[in-house]
Ligand binder design. Sequence first.
Ligand SMILES: Cc1cc2nc3c(=O)[nH]c(=O)nc-3n(C[C@H](O)[C@H](O)[C@H](O)COP(=O)(O)O)c2cc1C
Length: 211
Amino acid sequence: MKAKIEQALNWRYAAKKYDPNFQLDAETLALIEKSLQLTPSSYGLQPLHFFWIEDSVLREKVKEIAWNQQQIIDASAVLVICAKNELDAAFLDAHADRMRDERSMEEAQIQGFRSHLHTAIGSKPQTDVKIWNSKQAYIALGQLMHTCALLEIDATPMEGFVPTALDELLQLEQQGLHSVLICTIGKRAEDDKYQHLKKVRRPLNSLFTKL
Ligand SMILES: Cc1cc2nc3c(=O)[nH]c(=O)nc-3n(C[C@H](O)[C@H](O)[C@H](O)COP(=O)(O)O)c2cc1C
């Protein structure tokens, strides 16, 4: 397992060119969704929503917004990771309700957590909540990248797009969402020269300090 993880993390890279004929199977896509569902988040709130961009006309429009990156067209799957703009009382209560019900708790047992959620999140300015929610999207991205690597499926994380334009295209504001990241998923093209580049990473001793 240890060797497998290291091998997978070295195998993966941010693919620049995909095989346009490769299609992810339904079982793999379901596992990817499971991985995203199981991603941890602050308080377990999962303030996220994921859009699969399947329609070819829509993909063309997303590509234009995403700096014309060809991966948007050629990858088997294109995922837009969005975060909620705010966390209203109903959303917080729904989370506490779900936790109570899934864990067969009495309301009295969840009351402390419920009121803490309302106090902690209610006291944050909305702009802070929006940024906080966006950070949860990056955790999902990390988990997605790792899952894909272990499955030997290629994935390209993308911040290279105009978020306001993508929000408008997908009508995200009306849904209380904003786009944070795109991730293309599929199979690297045989002639994608980037797959042969040596990994460039800061040395471990400049990243870690033992105190
Ligand atoms: C948040 C984030 C945004 C990125 N945006 C893009 C992007 O828009 N287009 C792209 O081709 N690669 C993008 N990358 C890929 C990085 O350039 C790449 O991960 C980094 O150079 C390390 O190389 P490797 O992933 O191939 O090992 C992004 C990566 C991350 C984590």
